[in-house]
Structures are given as C-alpha cells and as structure tokens.
Design a protein around this ligand. Sequence first.
Ligand code: GTP
Ligand code: 5AD
Length: 328
Amino acid sequence: MAALHDKFGRAITDLRISVTDRCNYKCVYCRTGNEGALYGDLPFSDYLRMARVLVGMGITKVRLTGGEPLLRNGVVDFVRGLAQVESREPLDIALTTNGHLLADLAQPLKDAGLSRVTVSMDAVDPDRFTRITRVPGGFDHVLAGIRAAKRAGLGPVKVNGVLLRGFNEGQIIPFGMFAREEGVVLRFIEFMPLEEDRTWSPSTVVTLDEILARMAEYLPLVEIPRGASETARRYRFEDGIGEIGIIAPVSHPFCGHCSRIRITSDGKIRTCLFSVWDHDLHAQMRRGASDEELAEFIRGVVQKKEERHHIGEADFVHASRTMVHIGG
Ligand code: GTP
Ligand code: 5AD
C-alpha cells in the first residue's frame, strides 16, 4: 500500500493510540477532578487490528497514551502484540505515562518489546508535585518508575514537565539539575488550551524564550540537531552533562512538520490535537469493513488533517475533546 500523505504533503508516520481515558491523577492543569472516563475503551484486539492496518500504510512509530495507559490490564500483552506486527522497518513502540505504576511494569514492558518511555512529571519537589497532581504520595512512585525504566533499558527516558505560570516555573532550574543527576531528558512543555476547566490564557504560558533565559542563569546551553518532525527542540548543557528539550507549540508551532495521527480510546481517529471533530474508525470495524476498506477510510480521513492549530488567535475554537480524552 502507498505511504500516507496529507493534502499538505506531510508524511504520516507516527500513530498515537490512547488505550483508556481513565486517569489516576487529577492534575490541576488538566482535570477538574472528575473520574475522567467519558468515552471508555475497546478490547486490545481492536487497537491491534487498527495498528496493523496503519503500519501497513507506512506508520513506523506507535506511542501508547491515555488517560493513564498503565491502568489498563493487559497492556503488556498489547505491547507484545504490537511488537509482532509485520513492518518494513522495526516499529518504534513508545509509551507516555504518569509513572505511578511504572516501577513494577518497566521490565515486563521492555521484555514485551517496548522501545522507550516518557514520564510526565511536573515538579521535582514532592510537595509541589502533590499540589499539581492532587494525589498524595505520588512523587516517590514516579521517581521509582523513572529509575526502573532506566534500569530496564527503556531509554532515552524522557520526562515531560508542563510549565504553568505561578505554579511551577520555579522548578525550571531544579528540573535541569534533575536531568543531569538522573540521566533523563527533561522536556519542558508550553501549556496548551486543552484543559477541562478552561483556565488557559496566553499569560499562563511559560515560553521557550523564558525557559532558555532562566536555565542560562544556571548553566549555558547549546542547541543540538533534532529530527524534522520531533516535537521538542533539544539542548545540551555546555559541560556535556545532561540534555533538556523544549516543546513550544504556542510560541514556536511545529504543525508544518506534523507527522501524527491519533486513535482515541473509543476508536476514533483524530487528525490534530485541536480537531473539532473525529472520525469513527471503530464504527467501520463494527459494520464489518475489510482491512482494505479500513485503509481507504483512513486515507480519506488523513486528507482532512488540519494545516495548523490556531492557539492564541481570534478565530481559535476549542478542541472537541480535552487532553485526558485525547492522550497528548
Ligand atoms: P517522541 O518524540 O517520540 O519522544 O514523542 P513525543 O514528543 O511525540 O511524545 P509525548 O507524548 O512526550 O508528547 C509530548 C508533548 O508534545 C505532548 O504532550 C503535547 O503536549 C505535545 N505534542 C505532541 N504532539 C503534538 C501535536 O501534534 N501538536 C501539538 N501542538 N503538540 C503536540
Ligand atoms: N498542554 C500541554 N501539555 C499537556 N499535557 C497534558 N495537558 C497538557 C496541556 N494542556 C501533557 C502531559 C503529558 C503529555 C502527554 O501531555 O503532561 O506529558
């Protein structure tokens, strides 16, 4: 089958599958504190079929997301199934998790075929961490998860920190120190308007320029090359110890190089984080579509992929789902 391209000529090579929209954290910038599961999830065999069809269409990277993906029983077997999907080049299988349940699962996930893991951690100070996640005692679990992932060889382990003005921008330098001490890539993320309670405004965003300026007060940074469709700009510390990344979708959008497509936990395709509608792939399966028909449906959907997001512009329209129901 021919590789997938959208109408702007972008090759679609990265698939993100959300395997549940449940989450055991209630991060202040994401959740209002409700249960989180609004759309539910599908049997893993359904995601596996979708992935198999998409890999046949040119997908080379699959990232599992949530909600919190490690809440799903059977996720290790799902990774094993993905690792066995026939593909032209070895499939890069990654997972984004809050890390709470990772310590015990890191080695089994690695053994099943997971390539690497990204852990979301929005503070390196335990009290501040609890204030953000609203779940007491989580910090130690997450730290143990990060260390277990490193030990299991799920590297380079990346740690995502969403920065919120007035909440955790004081963590920029401590995050830098953490990256150096723990040997992880700390990626700062600019806050995007995808939260449940709509508190976002341009002034809540701690920008790439600010992060760089703050970190330079601690140690000089040197920018290093990155892949064209990578979300993060990459920097190493000048003394050679440690790497950080900055994901700046607000101040430096990267839509022009977007290679991503998403499947939600309930089997819908989303062509952009900020899509105002989604496309029901699972309904096609329920009505008995063949793999060829699914591929045809996907090809049509990809043609509708949005050119770019409109964050901060007068014509911005909120996405039809919030982050916990998309998967990041
Ligand atoms: P690797 O490059 O494989 O390490 O993964 P990644 O950076 O794509 O994955 P991760 O789940 O760590 O995503 C990091 C963050 O980048 C997400 O949480 C989003 O905040 C942001 N991001 C990812 N994809 C997109 C996108 O398509 N558009 C925008 N605006 N932001 C995105
Ligand atoms: N803006 C930016 N990043 C976000 N994430 C969750 N909500 C937002 C938001 N509104 C991050 C999570 C996780 C990744 C998948 O997305 O912290 O690391």
